[in-house]
Write a protein that binds this ligand. Structure first.
Ligand code: SF4
Length: 364
């Protein structure tokens, strides 16, 4: 493979990138003092979340949980509520577990080595490299999808980016480029380049490293990386009901395993073949709560996605045909709450969107 980034070009590359970064660096809150706890929270939040949103949640999080110890001491419900709206709730659960482990087994002090960091819940190869380099300035690469995209172009890598040997090659190159004593800035500069310049549509005209980019030289920057076969989505149609009684609404807590573990929701589920949303709702209520309900009003339809699922969710208000409490078959706990109390509970995105639709706010 020909490359414009041979070993002797490394110093010029890093100088060009770091000089650009010095002027382009965004003033992010965790960049103030690179405190390991702040770097860790930012990295976990930024997985699957856009920067602007992550900054908003980061600032609110730091107010609520200013220290590692405060997360470790919080109950799961409180942590999930603070995470509400960010999605991928296992991140929040693992974050709390890791905080407890850090307090119990590490005396509240983050380990600096990637191998030890990777032993903590929720910290994989990338996050360990990011914490080690950004918080401790250790010479470790931090290769996420942004950085993979840049390298696929710099080195004109045609092979599918998801292949293990491609990932390993990129990590090796990222490590060999690390300038001595400047891993903190270098890794952040690469991430910033991926976010601001070498995005899905590369902005080569204003890129600081054009001299080193093989894909640009060949006129194929926009066609890389090779993502292989596209993602396959599963399309789901679901129905859910806000069961009302004396001004209160029934909510139930999902089991502590599986999708949306430990979040609160309204009874409901996926429609079966040939079922209308209304039929599906009545069946789901009977199965999940043993209650016969009737629909009093349709709230509307919201759409949302999680992992590779794309959900169309039909929402209804409903009432029970007879008295009696729900007998739970799909939840660990149930409660009748007033609309204003809903703000105390964390819901999956679809249910939260429904509540926003009727003006019952839940998001923090
Ligand atoms: S020249 Fe274009 S493709 Fe190459 S690194 Fe810069 S922005 Fe990305």
């Amino acid at each position: 493979m020909f490359s414009l980034l041979e070993k002797d070009a490394h110093p010029r590359f890093t100088t060009a990138l770091l000089e650009w970064f010095a002027g382009a660096m965004r003033p992010l809150p965790w960049r103030q003092n690179y405190e390991p706890y702040a770097v860790w929270i930012s990295e976990i939040m930024l997985q699957q979340t856009q920067m602007e949103r992550a900054v908003r949640y980061f600032n609110a999080w730091m107010e609520q949980f200013p220290t590692l110890e405060s997360v470790a001491a919080a109950d799961e419900e409180t942590v999930l509520k603070a995470w509400e709206g960010l999605g991928y709730y296992s991140r929040a659960r693992k974050l709390r577990q890791a905080a407890r482990e850090l307090v119990d087994s590490y005396g509240g002090v983050f380990p600096e080595e990637t191998e030890r960091l990777k032993k903590l819940p929720g910290i994989g190869e990338y996050t360990a490299g990011a914490i080690a380099s950004i918080a401790f300035n250790r010479p470790e690469p931090a290769v996420d999808a942004n950085v993979e995209r840049i390298f696929s172009r710099l080195y004109d890598i045609d092979a599918p980016i998801a292949r293990a040997e491609v990932k390993s090659y990129i990590r090796k190159q990222a490590r060999s480029l690390l300038p001595e004593g400047r891993a903190r800035l270098f890794n952040q500069a690469l991430m910033e380049l991926g976010a601001l310049i070498c995005g899905k549509t590369p902005r080569c005209l204003i890129c600081p490293v054009t001299d080193f980019c093989e894909a640009l030289r060949l006129g194929k920057a926009a066609s890389l990386p090779n993502k292989g076969a596209g993602k396959k989505y599963t399309y789901l149609e679901m129905a859910t009901g806000l069961l009302m009684r004396n001004g209160r609404v029934f909510i139930q807590k999902r089991p502590d395993y599986g999708v949306w573990a430990s979040l609160w929701e309204f009874p409901g589920g996926c429609l079966e073949e040939g079922e209308s949303p209304e039929q599906g709702l009545l069946r789901e209520f009977a199965e999940e709560t043993e209650l016969r309900v009737r629909i009093t009003e349709k709230i509307g339809v919201v759409r949302h996605g999680y992992i590779t699922n794309r959900v169309t969710l039909h929402g209804f208000f409903c009432k029970a045909e007879e008295g009696g409490e729900p007998h739970l078959h799909a939840a660990s706990e149930g409660r009748w709450v007033s609309p204003s109390e809903l703000a105390d509970y964390a819901f999956p995105a679809g249910h939260r969107k429904l509540l926003e639709r009727i003006g019952w706010k839940t998001a923090a």
